[in-house]
Design a protein around this ligand. Sequence first.
Ligand code: CA
Length: 225
Amino acid sequence: MNNSLLIVEDEPKLAKLLSNYLRQAGYEPVCLENGLDVLPHVRVEMPALILLDLMLPGRDGVDICKDIRSFSTVPIIMVTARIEEIDRLLGLELGADDYICKPFSPREVVARVKAVLRRSTEQKPPGVPPLLQLDEDRLQVTLRGHELELTVVEFKLLEFLSATPGRIYGRNQLMDHIYPDQRIVSDRTIDSHIKNLRKKIAGVSPDAEIIHSVYGVGYKYDPQS
Ligand code: CA
């Protein structure tokens, strides 16, 4: 289970206090002070939840929240110093999951974090990876917010494999799916398509190993392993 939390807070004392409480509650918090550091961190570390202060050096919380939502559904709790601000934030429809106003008690924050995480795991249908988005009509794939330029065959392979994460498919099964007209193609055709697909994935997100070869059997899509 992913217990990592990202605390974005430019008041070091407050960040430390929150971090201590959250660690005691069983989470693994990481603190960032500068708004510019948030996106790179989120893309690589994929925290389970983000506590995001509104006023930050570098880049403000509203812009950061919008950016994150363009590629991820990670739960976000916005933290603001003014209660009046919450109405304005709600009006912006940023896609944040909750709002907390300063000053807060760390206990309250822990309770909110738990509640948001509970809700988000209940809502997510199992097996649907939020980081991979496939648009069948346009043959477009977005991986962690990066667009992948795939051929039709590569798209079909990725779509087919990612529909059932963890399930292993043999080359023949994949060929039947890609070439339903029984065209005679060699086993190696699939291998080379997979190879190209992986190369493209690594090109936009080097740490995203989502397609695995299973020795002697075939391939599987598995973002977890
Ligand atoms: Ca601040």
